[in-house]
Design a protein around this ligand. Sequence first.
Ligand SMILES: [Mg+2]
Length: 197
Amino acid sequence: MEDSSSSPSRSIPGRSPRALFLDRDGTLIEHVPYLHDPAGVVLLPGVREALLRAKEASIQLFLFTNQSGVGRGLFALADVEAVNGRMLDLLGLGSNLFTAICIAPECPDEPSAYRKPSPRFIKETLALHGIDRDAAWMLGDSAVDWEAGRNAGIHVAAIVPDPSAAKDLAVRTRLGVSAYSSVREALGVILSSDSPG
Ligand SMILES: [Mg+2]
């Protein structure tokens, strides 16, 4: 986990800062299995606009990504960081856009330190930055994202291209997770409501 915190968000006295925990692959950028080439980074539609709105609303952003390709020996942590760097370049919202980044490199069958659905990164981050659970959301396209958010006791929004599609519907229903077609759509709901899901 790295912490690039340099500009604490403005906060209203007595009110918790707000936070978004964002999955990377399939949520912010196109999902490419075991992506490790920065040239393969493609932003998903509306993501830049959504993160700019979040930033302007003083919502702290945290990147939370499982990268088992590292644990499997397919690529190095430095490759993941290069992909993250390319994503930040394409976003053009500053190199410190994310207050902190958690890259979980474990394989699914290894003991998990931070790998989603572990809520450890979320819980540690909330404690470190004094953020209430009710002021935080996990946004992601996979069941492990939603489970990590639920395990941490924060709000969860599923980012799925077609919310009416059956894929993962049973999991979403079990977890009580609302689905949105994009980060932009989810953020619109988050900004207009204190409790989207
Ligand atoms: Mg994903």
